[in-house]
Design a protein around this ligand. Structure first.
Ligand SMILES: NC(=O)c1ccc[n+]([C@@H]2O[C@H](COP(=O)([O-])OP(=O)(O)OC[C@H]3O[C@@H](n4cnc5c(N)ncnc54)[C@H](O)[C@@H]3O)[C@@H](O)[C@H]2O)c1
Length: 366
């Protein structure tokens, strides 16, 4: 694309943040040589924790940094990187993303891109000013069941869509990475539980289903949210987002539920159209029924959502070598942030916060 993009060869990547996401979802699952397929080369890693940075450098054969500024400063021609992948806690995205763009690097940032539309817009403005590419890791757009649902909707399998429902959960508190696996560490990632660090299920889990619903129905004309904060917590453990779509020939509503409970029987996706409905219960099968309830199509044997990101990284590498535009440009990440910000807005601007005072067990038993 723009000036500063090298003509060919593998894209030289620097990875900032080596926790659950950086170490496992980016480095192990997409950037290590067997997975990167010669399109991408992880040359530098950064974490504020020196031991983690050093261990990752050894594991992935990359240079270690503890300050992201040093990682982004070096020109690709002098051993530096073209592309910076930012996998830090949400509230740290803005400064690192804008700093990397201003240093002349392309940036791929984890979801949510930011925790305010203003920050997302500032990041997009920095990309424009620098003439660099900014993209967002909304890799769950490639979940096998969602891809089937999207294809069926686009083919008109159930006619015009009237209603979409999506349920997602992250069971229990959000743990740091363990030794060899994500989310199995002894510690809770405290930033996921503080209101000033982007905590709560809305920002943590919400970006995936919001991105999927925007893929299905386009931009919403209305968004409201209902958040439940448990006693003693600053952040929500359940967010319900209600959206309406009344434009460009679409007249539909959607409801997204993200919460901290264990996975339950609610379908992952349910799409109701004028001529039938599409359901994915657990991700392994997508069933289409006609308006009378008869099953007319079954796509079964689907891989449950697991390792993901290959499609997005392939698109990212191609886009930086003159191929089609990247699949999730920053503007789409900003649209996701916009929906979540509106759903989480303070009372009076659309959000209703429900705070439940739970009576002691003995008081309830009678
Ligand atoms: N796309 C997905 O499916 C997915 C999955 C998990 C996490 N994420 C996203 O990835 C981001 C990180 O989540 P996580 O679970 O990896 O968090 P984490 O807490 O496991 O890891 C964060 C890492 O960043 C490091 N760090 C903190 N401040 C730093 C700084 N100033 N400079 C360098 N390193 C610093 C920490 O030491 C830690 O190793 C979040 O935005 C989250 O939403 C996305």
């Amino acid at each position: 694309m723009s000036a500063g993009t090298r003509a060919g060869g593998a894209v030289r990547v620097g990875l900032v943040g080596l926790g659950n996401s950086g170490w496992y979802y980016h480095a192990e699952q997409n950037l290590e040589p067997a997975r990167a397929g010669g399109q991408l080369e992880l040359v530098a890693v950064c974490d504020a924790d020196p031991a983690r940075a050093a261990a990752a450098a050894e594991r992935f054969g990359a240079r270690a940094h503890t300050d992201w500024r040093a990682l982004v400063a070096l020109e690709p021609e002098r051993g530096g990187v073209e592309l910076v992948v930012v996998a830090l806690p949400h509230h740290l995205h803005r400064d690192v993303v804008t700093g990397a763009l201003e240093a002349g690097r392309h940036v791929h940032v984890e979801k949510p891109m930011a925790t305010s539309r203003a920050d997302a817009d500032a990041m997009l403005a920095a990309a424009r000013a620098a003439g660099r590419q900014l993209s967002v890791h909304q890799q769950r757009r490639w979940e096998p069941d969602f891809q089937r649902v999207l294809q069926l909707v686009r083919e008109g399998a159930v006619g015009p869509v009237r209603r979409v429902e999506v349920h997602r959960s992250h069971a229990g508190r959000y743990r740091t990475a363990g030794d060899g696996t994500p989310h199995t560490g002894d510690d809770v990632a405290t930033w996921t539980e503080g209101a000033d660090t982007g905590g709560g299920v809305g920002w943590l889990i919400g970006p995936h289903p919001v991105d999927q619903v925007l893929q299905l129905l386009g931009p919403p004309s209305g968004v409201t949210g209902t958040a439940h904060r448990p006693p003693g917590s600053d952040v929500e453990d359940h967010l319900r987002i209600d959206l309406v779509f009344e434009q460009r020939g679409i007249s539909a509503s959607a409801r997204i539920d993200v919460h901290r409970e264990a996975e339950h029987a609610a379908p992952r996706f349910r799409v109701v159209g004028e001529r039938g409905d599409i359901t994915s219960e657990d991700g392994t099968a997508v069933v289409v029924r006609d308006a009378g309830g008869a099953v007319v199509v079954v796509h079964d044997g689907l891989e449950p959502p697991g390792r993901l990101g290959a499609e997005l990284y392939a698109s990212l590498a191609a886009s930086l070598r003159g191929g089609p535009p990247v699949a999730v440009p920053g503007e789409q990440g900003r649209d996701v942030v916009d929906v979540l910000e509106r759903a989480l807005a303070p009372a009076g601007s659309g959000r209703r916060t429900v705070k439940v005072a739970i009576a002691p067990a003995d008081a309830r038993s009678g």
